[in-house]
Design a protein around this ligand. Structure first.
Ligand code: NAD
Length: 491
């Protein structure tokens, strides 16, 4: 099914200096519906000249935008929020067709993106930096936040709408210009967001869209006209972005990959924990940085939890995300499907117990990149599926003698994005909060996703930098604090 907003032979466009341009590089790639294989559009990449034009337009626009009254800066954001709300259903359909997730997941993603726009509309309060009369004899001192220039956001395929909106609203509300380089795998939803940006009435050059692949990103990391980089993607690329952008004198925040755990204690509500675990691990076909896919279970309830989890896993329906009743949609691409399959093979080869096998799932009428939810028991911390991010609907159960051992197993991970705990014990919940080394922690919930007004944590190899996405960290990242010190001696 092709969304009505998508015309035939569509070529994806850059949005630079207030108008649409075809990216100039000879490189590019098709955009396909992973559930049907249909080619939806073609994405040409940008070359160095395209990038230079966007950076020049961003820096020109910045000179006026930085001095624009903050009340005026947030008016286009209010309009953008209204436009996103009005168009959410049609946008969610578009997102399903290029990404593969379900319609409910796509709506939820866009809604969380809109919440970030709503938060950025509060910049007149959030950007205040404080002052102190009589900081010294006869001296009043004021802290001021200044915008810095043109920032770039580089985003991953798995939440193309939401993650673009983690950055764009805060960067421009604080008085900067912003260029988005979305994932080349699903660029259509960001193009649609920019059609609404165009209607929202930002001055030309303040918000721009530049498509491309790794070459475009690498040119951004070295470009003299770019002040800072907000990145979200896999750990090896996040590390590369952090090191290269910093070596080129830029501010950088780089969120990386993940491997998240759930601890189930003997006092947990087992059925509830199993239900929330499946939705955490299998939503968006497991393509989530907050997906908790290793369950570390106290020995006394391991068998009971394994049985409940296997039952819930078998209840999941795999299919085309636009169809009713589908829980798990398509995987983003053939290549990634092969990667997910190879992780299942590794689980079998390394001796885990295959409790639910999703490899042979078929979906009537569609020949897409589908794989069923897969559950392994007897997973040990050294196994590949226990250590590496597979980004598919694969779950592993690990035994822990007690809570101390469970926490140790979780903290052995190189990653530290998220973790959840199911328990009835306040004491264990308190220890979990203080002892588990991950940035987003949930108690009695499957997925620890912070609301837009809280920072989105991440530690160890899941994050490179100091200031996270969302919340007050965004204001600190996109501004520089200066001090204004006054003395007016009596005449
Ligand atoms: P990716 O790292 O392949 O791509 C992310 C971005 O980097 C894209 O825009 C891409 O064009 C660019 N890129 C890719 N290879 C590059 C290279 N060699 N040089 C320069 N730029 C390059 O990630 P993905 O597969 O699109 O997204 C999935 C990953 O993102 C997972 O690891 C997931 O955990 C992570 N993620 C993390 C968070 C978080 O908050 N920590 C949130 C969402 C996704």
């Amino acid at each position: 099914m092709r969304p009505e907003t998508l015309s035939d032979d569509r070529e994806v466009q850059n949005y630079v200096d207030g108008s649409w341009h075809t990216p100039s590089s000879a490189d590019g790639q098709p955009v396909e519906n992973p559930a049907t294989g249909e080619e939806l559009a073609y994405l040409p990449f940008s070359d160095d000249d395209d990038l230079d034009e966007a950076v020049a337009a961003g820096n020109d626009a910045f000179e006026e935008w930085r001095h624009t009254a903050v009340e005026d800066r947030i008016q286009p954001l209010f309009r953008l929020k209204e436009l996103l709300d009005e168009n959410i259903d049609e946008m969610a359909e578009l997102l399903v067709t290029e990404h593969g997730k379900t319609l409910a997941e796509a709506r939820g993603e866009i809604r969380r993106g809109i919440q970030n726009v709503e938060v950025a509309c509060g910049i007149p309060s959030m950007m205040q930096a404080g002052n102190l009369p009589n900081a010294a004899p006869e001296i009043d001192e004021t802290a001021v936040r200044e915008p810095l220039g043109t920032f770039v956001g580089i985003t991953p395929f798995n939440f193309p709408a939401m993650i673009s909106l983690w950055f764009l609203p805060h960067a421009v509300a604080t008085g900067n210009s912003f260029i988005l380089k979305p994932s080349e795998q699903d660029p259509l939803i960001t193009q649609r967001i920019f059609e609404l940006v165009d209607q929202a009435g930002f001055p030309d050059g303040v918000v721009q869209l530049v498509h491309g692949g790794p070459d475009t990103v690498n040119a951004m990391l070295e470009h003299d006209g770019i002040e800072g980089i907000s990145f979200v993607g896999s750990t090896p690329i996040a590390r590369h972005i952090y090191e290269t952008a910093a070596a080129n004198g830029k501010r950088v925040q780089a969120q990386g990959g993940a491997k998240n755990h759930i601890i189930v204690t003997e006092s947990a509500d087992i059925d509830y924990a199993a239900e929330k675990t499946v939705s955490s691990a299998c939503a968006c076909a497991g393509e989530r940085c907050l997906s908790n896919d290793v369950m570390v279970v106290e020995e006394s309830v391991y068998d009971e939890f394994a049985e409940a989890l296997a039952e819930k896993t078998r209840e999941q329906t795999v299919g085309y995300g636009l169809d009713d009743g589908v829980d798990i949609g398509a995987i983003i691409s053939d290549d990634h499907l092969e990667t997910v399959r190879s992780y299942i093979e590794s689980g079998v080869e390394e001796g885990a117990e295959l409790l639910v096998d999703g490899r042979n799932v078929t979906v009537d009428d569609y020949d897409g990149t589908f794989i069923g939810p897969t559950l392994f028991g007897e997973v040990t911390p050294d196994m590949t599926i226990a250590r590496e991010e597979h980004f598919g609907p694969i779950m592993g159960l690990t035994r822990a003698e007690d809570f101390d051992e469970a926490v140790d197993i979780v903290n052995q991970s190189e990653f530290g994005n998220a973790a959840s705990l199911f328990t009835d014990s306040g004491h264990k919940a308190n220890r979990f909060k203080h002892e588990v080394e991950a940035g987003n922690l949930g108690v009695n919930l499957g997925t620890a996703a912070p609301m837009a007004f809280f920072s989105f944590g991440g530690r160890k190899d899941s994050f490179f930098g100091d200031l996270h996405a969302q919340g007050q960290d965004m204001i600190n990242f996109y501004t520089d604090k200066m001090s204004y010190i006054e003395r007016w001696p009596n005449q």
